[in-house]
Structures are given as C-alpha cells and as structure tokens.
Design a protein around this ligand. Structure first.
Ligand SMILES: Nc1ncnc2c1ncn2[C@@H]1O[C@H](COP(=O)(O)OP(=O)(O)OP(=O)(O)O)[C@@H](O)[C@H]1O
Ligand SMILES: [Mg+2]
Length: 321
C-alpha cells in the first residue's frame, strides 16, 4: 500500500460574500467538501474550468488561507492539531510555484535575493544560503551567473525555471504547481514539463499540478482529479479516465480540448453548453445538472455520492450507479 503524502478529508473553504445593504451574508463555496489522497512520489493533476476553486484548494493546503471545515493531513500529521514546530516543518516541506513567472519573484530583487529569502527566514546563514541557491539553479539547469540578474532581464521560461529553483531550495517533499506552464510558449511549456518530470524522478518528489489544460495532465500526471464548482466530480488513473471518462463534465472538458485525441476526429462529440455556474448561488442537487444533457429530476434535487468504477477510479454521478 502506498503511503499518503497529503490527505484531504471533507475539506471546505467558504468565502463570506456581502449581499449589500445589510441583507445578511452568503458564501462563495470555493471548496465544498473535497476528499482526496495524494500518495508519496506520485503526480496528481487537478483540472477544471476557471473559477472552479483550484487555486483556493492549493491555498488551503498550503495554509495561506484558513480552512472553513475538514482536515488536511500532511505526512500523517493533522495540520489542524499541529504544533508550531510541526507547522514550521510543514512549510519547508511543501512548496509552491504559481502561474505567472513574474509574481513568483520580486521585481526589485536579484534572483539570488529572491531564492535566498526563505532560507534566511529559516535562520540559515548567508554563505550556506548562497551555496544552496547555486545548487537549486543547477537543478533547474540554469547557469549560476543568472543569480545576479533581475526578473525583467529574463525570459518567461527562465523565470519559471527560477521560480522552480526557489521552490526547491528548502528541499521540499511536495510541490504544488498552479498552472506552471500556462503563461509560456508551447515549446517552452514542453521544456518546463520535462524539467518537472526529471526533478520529480531525481528527487522523489510528490506533485499536485493544477491546470486547465488536459494535454498537460495527460503528459505529466499519474492520476487526474476533475473539479467542478468546488467539488471533485471524477478521480482516477490518468489513462483510465481519459480512455473511459464517466462524468459528463469530464467528457465535456475532453471534447473541448482540441488536440487531446486526434483519433477522435469524426466521433460524435458532446459540446458542453453554458457557463460554469456561480459559487455563490450553487445549483441544487448535482452542481453540474444545469449544463448536463443527461440530467434527470433526481439530479436537480439530490447530490450524488462518489461511485467506484474500479479500484482507483471514482465518479460523482448517478449514471455510474
Ligand atoms: N479571497 C477571496 N475572497 C472571496 N472570494 C474568493 C477569494 N478567493 C477566491 N474566491 C472565490 O473563489 C472562486 C474560485 O477561485 P479560484 O481562484 O480558486 O478558482 P480557479 O479554479 O483557480 O480559477 P482559475 O482557473 O481562473 O485560476 C472565485 O470565483 C472567487 O469567487
Ligand atoms: Mg487558479
């Protein structure tokens, strides 16, 4: 049995939203009861349309924002009950790379200062910190001379390599990559994805890769988690899910992904209609029912439970029962 790096149990994050004129409050339910286990050494890809709550989920795992309810268990430690020392330790062992290369680095600082900052904060002396920064640069295959550059002097691909170096400098076990290649040219995207795959193997890392691009998921991830309006609708081994998607939303995403399946040309495609709904006024029953061509009365009134399709493949849909 594989060991869990991260376990999420019924995790919820609701943002209070003012209704104006003191009419009380409602909530944007960005993460609405997500349970998910990421095993050590695996790559899980999280996919879903804009606004489905992916970045919020990452921020909750990283404890950049408070949890509304539920639990994050990191390497066996329940973070809601963690001591200060355990929390500090967790912060060095989980790192993050965000989408926009520039937002990962301070524009007024040299690359060296940006990479060294987390080390200095953790009380490492400057000489050792500099050595660790140089080592991180060689891991991402960047010449050490770039340590003295400023962000504006570097290309998007170089900046993203440096953001990865910065995320690696504390020797993390887990990396959360939020749209790591979305801002890059297609050719540079491939280089960064290959670098990430090499690093994962070389350092035995665990990744949660967030993207709206199914091609990225197919290329990089062992398992795929599909998120729709704050909930997981399908989760399973990447190839199995892409070969045999069971949730209508997963099917819709695949149909909307132009180069995913060149062999599918000509096969009847079902195009998803409408916009993802609002997290504030969530549909009753199954969140996807207003866009689902197969929705029945039951879908409008009752929320489906997860159904196991196989040992590792689960789907949140009545049709799978
Ligand atoms: N700090 C906040 N305060 C209030 N609402 C927020 C906050 N952060 C996020 N939200 C709400 O949560 C929703 C989900 O946002 P999130 O950034 O997690 O989506 P996402 O799936 O990452 O989208 P994208 O693909 O565009 O990055 C947003 O639509 C927004 O309404
Ligand atoms: Mg996001």
């Amino acid at each position: 049995m594989s060991e869990a790096a991260i376990e999420l149990v019924e995790l919820k994050k609701y943002f209070p939203v003012s209704n104006g004129f003191g009419k009380g409050r409602s909530y944007a339910k960005a993460v609405d009861g997500i349970s998910l286990t990421i095993n050590k050494g695996e790559i899980v890809g999280l996919v879903g349309e804009s606004g489905s709550g992916k970045t919020t989920l990452a921020r909750v795992i990283l404890r950049l924002t408070d949890i509304t309810s539920g639990t994050v268990i990191f390497d066996g430690v329940d973070l809601s009950k963690a001591t200060r020392a355990q929390m500090k330790d967790m912060r060095t062992r989980v790192s993050v790379v965000f989408q926009d290369p520039a937002s990962n680095l301070n524009p007024r600082e040299t690359v060296l200062s940006s990479i060294m900052r987390p080390l200095i904060i953790h009380g490492i002396n400057r000489k050792d910190a500099k050595e660790m920064a140089s080592k991180a640069m060689s891991l991402v295959k960047m010449d050490a001379r770039y340590l003295y550059s400023y962000p504006h002097q570097l290309s998007g691909g170089q900046l993203q390599r440096i953001a990865i170096a910065r995320a690696l400098v504390m020797n993390p076990k887990v990396m959360i990559l939020d749209e790591p290649t979305s801002a890059l040219d297609i050719s540079v995207q491939a280089q960064i994805l290959n670098l990430l795959l090499d690093l994962q193997e070389q350092l035995g890392l665990t990744y949660l890769v967030i993207t709206h691009d199914l091609n990225v998921i197919r290329y990089i991830s062992d398992r795929i988690a599909v998120m729709y309006l704050g909930r997981l609708v399908e989760f399973g081994p990447t190839q199995e899910v892409l070969d045999n998607p069971r949730h209508p939303y997963t099917k819709g995403l695949m149909a909307a992904s132009p180069i995913l399946n060149p062999h599918d040309r000509g096969r009847e495609k079902y195009m998803m209609e409408g916009e993802p709904g609002s997290l504030i006024n969530l549909p009753s029953g199954c969140h996807f029912h207003p866009r689902c061509p197969y929705a029945t009365e039951r879908c409008r009134t009752e929320a489906p439970m997860d159904v196991k399709i196989s040992e590792l493949h689960q789907v949140n849909c009545f049709m799978a029962e």
